[in-house]
Design a protein around this ligand. Structure first.
Ligand code: HEM
Length: 523
């Protein structure tokens, strides 16, 4: 009320009209706006009522449409609409039509939509180009980006992972030394964000960057990351500090990587097992190499692509485990069996593990999958239609956003009985969603798209960081569980344990603040 009456007073002063005249003028302007909005809404709902277009979910706020309900709790909102309208329907989100394709068929359709009909860059370019930089990802033709993804994927190979596990081990152990003797209640998401960037930078960015991490790169990373706020999907630049810091951080990071690259070339320093080295050696199909800028920008993009996705996943794993001491006991027994051949070696006597042993922690794989089933970091993926499409008889017009949400199929009770229960054993001997991007040079992603479980996506935009994420996250969780037990804090108000709700306000689903766990050293 206060703000409204302030605005009213300001507007009246600005027009210079007497109060009565101003009231009448304001009422007329209000009426005109309402009529225009109503006409726009009628036009869009009329168009959507074409017999062969998907049903439009009714909404009461013109233009805004269902944006508030979808934004607040997308998964439950989509589930409720799926129950009413089936697996294909349209939401109006801020004046934009967004058609959803749910279930395994919908996933298959969305993830394999032909390039000639829809693009990811149509949705993400404005957001990502200022953060990642030019010449890479959504700034280039999709065919070029596909080659770039292959370069990064080549860097993330078994030989590299063998060298990464001891690095992640060392970074994690050193990081945990910074926790007090008895850490108590911690914002676990903040802690895991810091650990994720340290481990990723150490593995992927190379020795030179790691040595500067504490002072420089971590701060630059945070400024760049602020550039990935949802509002930047719409505005590429605004005169706000966040945008200025983003651009500054982007330039400093590009210059840093370019300098290192030149030094390596000048010193003929080629004996590195990191992303920069692989990108320096990579050739496009036409024989050309990546420019210095493109190498630097693809390194930035890879770091950003793996940061929140991994840090939120480690956090959710720890939250889920905090209410399942039985699962923690099974995980420790698994480590003990794999590493010592006995099920009950005391945790403080368990030796370090290598990559091959880590891969044998199969129940930990199940825990990670079950966590990704319930807490997929990317709840909705989007493409923009450039040429009309047909889906099961529905006409999808040019300009529509088309959306897939494996977050919905992953809680389908027909496929996952008792779907809200955290039950990692459901993934024992179940390969769904597993696998590499290619096997023996054959792209298998196309086949796996008709699936309920797709936390890493499918098709041409499928994640290339999956194997790295498993290596990084499994190592971190294994070490933390040996050293600490985790419990949920108790709310002073209700006396109940507090499990964080999902926060859907950023692009990646994070645990809602304060995202706390009580962390106690194992005796
Ligand atoms: C793409 C999830 C970790 C790099 C994707 C997509 C999903 C996903 C769902 C598909 C997006 C789309 O179709 O629009 C995840 C999850 C992760 C994870 C759940 C961890 C738990 C990583 C890591 C890296 C990475 C560690 C880098 C090392 C990428 C890249 C793409 C991608 C480059 C391709 C984007 C495209 O082709 O448009 N990820 N990701 N991700 N991810 Fe990941």
């Amino acid at each position: 009320m206060g703000v409204a009456s302030d605005l009213y007073a300001h507007a009246r002063t600005a027009t210079g009209l007497p109060d009565d005249d101003f009231r009448r003028a304001a009422a007329l302007v209000g009426l005109a706006v309402a009529v225009l909005v109503l006409l726009a809404a009628m036009r869009s709902s009329k168009k959507a009522k074409n017999a062969n277009e998907p049903p439009v979910v009714p909404y009461s706020l013109p233009i805004i449409g269902s944006a508030l309900e979808y934004g607040k709790d997308p998964v439950n909102f989509l589930l409720a609409n799926q129950a009413k309208y089936g697996e294909c329907f349209t939401l109006i989100l801020g004046g934009q039509k967004a058609t959803f394709f749910l279930g395994p068929d919908g996933n298959h359709f969305l993830f394999n939509v032909p390039l000639a009909n829809a693009s990811a860059e149509g949705v993400y370019r404005t957001l990502t180009v200022p953060v990642f930089g030019a010449e890479v990802v959504y700034d280039v033709e999709n065919a070029v980006f596909m080659e770039q993804k292959k370069f990064v994927k080549d860097a993330l190979n078994t030989t590299a992972f063998r060298s990464y596990v001891p690095m992640i081990w060392e970074e994690t152990v050193n990081f945990l030394k910074e926790w007090k003797e008895n850490p108590g209640t911690l914002n676990i998401f903040e802690e895991m964000s810091e650990l994720t960037i340290r481990t990723a930078a150490r593995c992927l960015l190379g020795k030179e960057v790691r040595s500067q991490l504490h002072s420089n790169v971590a701060k630059l990373y945070h400024d760049l990351d602020a550039g990935l706020a949802p509002i930047n999907l719409v505005f590429r630049w605004l005169p706000l500090p966040a945008y200025i810091n983003r651009d500054r951080a982007h330039k400093i990071m590009t210059d840093l990587f370019t300098r290192i690259l030149r030094e390596r070339r000048a010193n003929n320093d080629t004996n590195n097992q990191d992303l920069m080295q692989t990108l320096m050696n990579s050739r496009y199909r036409d024989g050309s190499v990546m420019s210095e800028n493109a190498i630097a920008h693809l390194m930035i993009a890879t770091l950003m692509g793996g940061q929140h996705t991994s840090s939120t996943t480690v956090s959710w794993i720890l939250f889920e485990l905090s209410r399942r001491p039985d699962v923690v006991a099974q995980l420790l027994e698994e480590q003990s069996k794999v590493l010592t051949g006995k099920p009950d070696t005391p945790v403080d006597q368990l030796p370090a593990f290598d990559y091959e042993q880590l891969r044998e922690f199969a129940f930990l794989d199940c825990v990670m999958k079950e966590t990704l089933r319930l807490h997929p970091p990317i709840h909705t993926v989007m493409r923009k239609v450039t040429k009309p499409l047909n889906y099961k008889g529905f006409h999808i017009a040019e300009g529509t956003l088309i959306c897939g949400a494996a977050s919905v199929s992953q809680v389908d009770p027909a496929r996952f009985p008792n779907p809200t229960k955290f039950e990692p054993s459901r993934f024992i001997n179940n390969d769904e969603g597993a696998g590499e991007w290619t096997i023996g040079g054959v792209d298998i992603a196309q086949k796996s798209a008709r699936s309920h479980f797709l936390p890493f996506g499918a098709g041409r935009h499928r994640c290339i960081g999956e194997a790295f994420a498993y290596t990084q996250i499994k190592t971190i969780v294994s070490i933390i569980l040996r050293k600490y037990s985790v419990k949920l804090p108790i709310s002073p108000k209700t006396g109940e344990p507090v499990f964080p709700k999902p926060d859907y306000t950023s692009l990646i689903v994070l645990p809602q603040k304060p995202a706390e766990l009580v962390v106690t050293p194992r005796a």
